[in-house]
Ligand binder design. Structure first.
Ligand SMILES: NC(=O)c1ccc[n+]([C@@H]2O[C@H](COP(=O)([O-])OP(=O)(O)OC[C@H]3O[C@@H](n4cnc5c(N)ncnc54)[C@H](O)[C@@H]3O)[C@@H](O)[C@H]2O)c1
Ligand SMILES: [Zn+2]
Length: 680
């Protein structure tokens, strides 16, 4: 590949990962892999500035504003930090600081690098008035209501006016405490929902929720690491920290002043292990020049200050013995291999199991039982096997089962998919259990009173075979049932018994769930590939269970978001006799088979027959509003640029690859104004 193409490819790739990370709070690759790509791009651009793309991620802060909130301009730009994983490069940076300061003596403040999202918090007349995300560095989302749920942030600091002044801004890292994160994931596991990858992504997602009462329940917190004001209040970072601390701001007391690079190095080593005992996830340390006057001298690059740098710790990796591989059956029948490991201490926790994902992954890693393998914590939380350290002399090949480990049915694999699955969805216990847990989760029929192992009791006592049976349960069936539940991770046991109050709650929860709207029911019945959003679109489009059941393949494809794979899966589901029977039972039980109110109100037919795609952000609409607008006017949203696309709607910060492809195919482009004109 020539250099110009490589630069283009890297630019597109990194912009894509940035979008996923900042807009959807998802990390598709590890931070280390991401930082390696970014570094490669930086170096290529340095050697060949003429090939630098206009949307290069090396030139701007990675995030963006969402338009789900009011946009606020920052008083002072919010930048990123340059980073490195190498101590050598920290020394190089120190040499640059020294040179930049032309022989003046200098000091550093070392701090931990907390892993959450950056917040700008404004005080006016000593009162907390605004909380804003970093956004694109120039403007961010106004999430004041959510920021105010942070208990450790003082709402009123008028008393400290003499020290801090009336109007100022503090910056800090908003985070989800590790304990809260773990509890949240435990809850998700019980409900059979997808787990959150790490506390950072969980915090990023939570800060952007619209309902601040939910945000409050997540107990977010914030470490403050910067004071900014239009006036000159302090001459060093240290002074500002002491003032912030005495005014009641939560400054982590892990910070330390050091007088040279050796002090920095010992700070790095000191915290390598110790940081895992903290309440907040960390991914490195930040080193900052202490004197404000010297900071000014050193200045900034396009996206970060020259007077600070982050040293990032590589994920800790250890070797241990692969004792065995067991196979678990999930809700949809997928069989997942799990590595059973000799217990090993990683980032302050004991790891004994790690998912191996699928048969291909085992092959890719070249594993066999008895081998010494490397284990690492992805995002510092979820353990993963990354390779073989030493092959055992007596290694036993891992044999992927050909029959379901739970029910014995022969396993199948769909073409083009990595996973093997058990097709016996009606008779295979983990699948039955998984699909009932899926059905009762909050995003589906929301029967909270059935959580925490209660489904097990109902199954073991032969009271239910599927979720529809829940609606036949009576008081007499339940009262007096009990079971000792052992937590697999901790080994702790807990007795669950169905006393009068429990039974009442369960029956009430089940009765109430009958009122849940069609969209949640469609999600809850567990059609493969139909997630929450697709279920909503299906409900809005077909308006009834019957309508959806009658829809043929082409009609399904006409629904926004529904591609060939999803359409086929819906057809398969409703063609199964047992599923038809299941739906009939739900109908008899009185669940919502019709959409109560139309989710998309038709506004006109100006876009009838057109397929549209948008890219970028818009003045007048959030992403959701734009999608609704398109549907309400008869248009169809598609997911990629192809010859069939009628128009590409282009907003600010549009993706260059989509634009380029549209140009190549001669697809007409609409800007926001032209799109609005089309509607009227
Ligand atoms: N895995 C992925 O797909 C993916 C995608 C995009 C970005 N990322 C990761 O995010 C990084 C870029 O994010 P970024 O621009 O926010 O940079 P960053 O998170 O590496 O560093 C800057 C941020 O550090 C935070 N911070 C924490 N403690 C601090 C302290 N004591 N003092 C000052 N700041 C502190 C601040 O919020 C600041 O904005 C990348 O280097 C990469 O590691 C990963
Ligand atoms: Zn099975």
């Amino acid at each position: 590949m020539d250099i110009k193409t490589r630069i283009q490819t890297l630019t597109d790739q990194i912009n894509h990962y940035n979008d996923r990370y900042y807009l959807d709070a998802v990390s598709e690759i590890s931070d280390f892999e991401f930082d390696t790509l970014l570094k490669e791009l930086e170096e290529l651009e340095k050697a060949h500035p003429e090939f630098r793309q206009p949307d290069s991620p090396t030139q701007r802060v990675g995030g963006s504003i969402t338009r789900n909130f009011e946009t606020v301009r920052h008083q002072f730009p919010m930048l990123s930090l340059s980073n490195t994983y190498s101590e050598e490069e920290i020394r190089d940076w120190d040499a640059r600081v020294k040179k930049g300061l032309e022989g003046e003596p200098y000091e550093y403040i070392c701090e931990l690098k907390f892993d959450g999202i950056s917040l700008s918090i404004r005080y006016e007349n000593g009162i907390l008035t605004k909380g804003i995300t970093r956004g694109d560095g120039v403007q961010g989302d106004d999430i004041t209501a959510n920021v105010k749920t942070i208990r450790s942030l003082p709402l009123n600091v008028r008393k400290f006016e003499e020290v801090l002044g009336e109007n100022f801004e503090v910056r800090g890292e908003g985070f989800m405490p590790t304990k809260v994160f773990e509890a949240l994931n435990k809850e998700k596991e019980i409900r059979g929902e997808a787990l959150l990858a790490n506390p950072r992504n969980a915090a990023a997602g939570t800060f952007k929720l619209q309902d601040s009462s939910v945000v409050a329940s997540r107990k977010l917190d914030c470490f403050v690491y910067q004071f900014i004001s239009g006036e000159e209040r302090f001459t060093t970072h240290e002074e500002s920290f002491l003032a912030l601390q005495s005014a009641g701001f939560k400054v982590s007391n892990s910070w330390k002043k050091v007088s040279n690079i050796e002090g920095v190095m010992s700070f790095i080593h000191e915290w390598d292990e110790k940081r895992h005992t903290l309440e907040c996830a960390t991914d490195g340390i930040v080193i900052k020049v202490n004197s404000y006057a010297q900071r000014e001298k050193l200045g900034f690059t396009a996206k970060s200050p020259r007077w600070a740098i982050a040293y990032k710790y590589k994920a800790e990796s250890k070797s241990t013995t692969l004792l065995d591989v067991t196979f678990q059956v999930g809700r949809t029948g997928t069989v997942t291999p799990v590595a059973e490991l000799r217990p090993v201490n990683l980032s302050m926790t004991t790891v004994k199991r790690a998912t191996l994902h699928n048969a291909d992954e085992i092959e890719r890693l070249g594993l066999a039982i008895g081998d010494e393998v490397f284990v690492e914590k992805a995002g510092e939380i979820i353990p993963k096997v990354t390779g073989v350290a030493v092959q055992s002399l007596a290694r036993i090949p891992i044999v992927f089962p050909t029959a379901c480990p739970s029910c014995g049915t022969s396993l199948l694999r769909n073409e083009g998919e990595a996973a093997w699955y058990c097709p016996n969805s009606e008779g295979c216990l983990p699948q039955i259990k998984g699909s009932i847990e899926h059905f009762i989760q909050r995003k589906a029929l929301d029967i909270e009173s059935l959580g925490e192992g209660k489904i097990d009791i109902l199954l073991e006592n032969g009271l239910i075979r599927d979720a529809a049976d829940l609606y036949q349960l009576k008081y007499e069936d339940l009262i007096g049932l009990e079971k000792v539940h052992v937590d697999e991770e901790t080994g702790k046991s807990k007795k669950i018994s169905f006393k009068e109050k429990t039974v009442k709650n369960i029956l009430e929860g089940i009765a109430k769930s009958k009122e849940e709207p069609l969209a949640k029911l469609l999600f809850g019945i567990g059609i493969r590939f139909v997630g929450e959003t697709t279920a909503q679109k299906l409900a809005a489009h077909f308006k009834s269970m019957q309508g959806l059941m009658n829809a043929n393949y082409e009609e399904l494809l006409a629904v926004p978001d529904v591609g060939e794979k999803v359409a086929q899966s819906i057809r398969d589901y409703f063609q199964s006799e047992s599923k038809q029977h299941f739906i009939a039972k739900l109908q008899v039980a009185g669940l919502q088979m019709e959409a109560v109110h139309e989710e998309v109100v038709t506004e006109g037919n100006a876009l009838e027959g057109l397929s549209l795609l948008y890219t970028g952000t818009f003045e007048n609409f959030s992403r959701e509003e734009l999608e609704r607008k398109i549907e309400a006017n008869g248009g169809k949203l598609v997911s990629g640029v192809s010859k069939k696309l009628s128009y590409l709607i282009v907003g600010e910060g549009a993706g260059p690859s989509k634009l380029k492809k549209a140009e190549e195919l001669g697809i007409p482009i609409l800007n926001e104004e032209q799109f609005l004109a089309k509607l009227s």
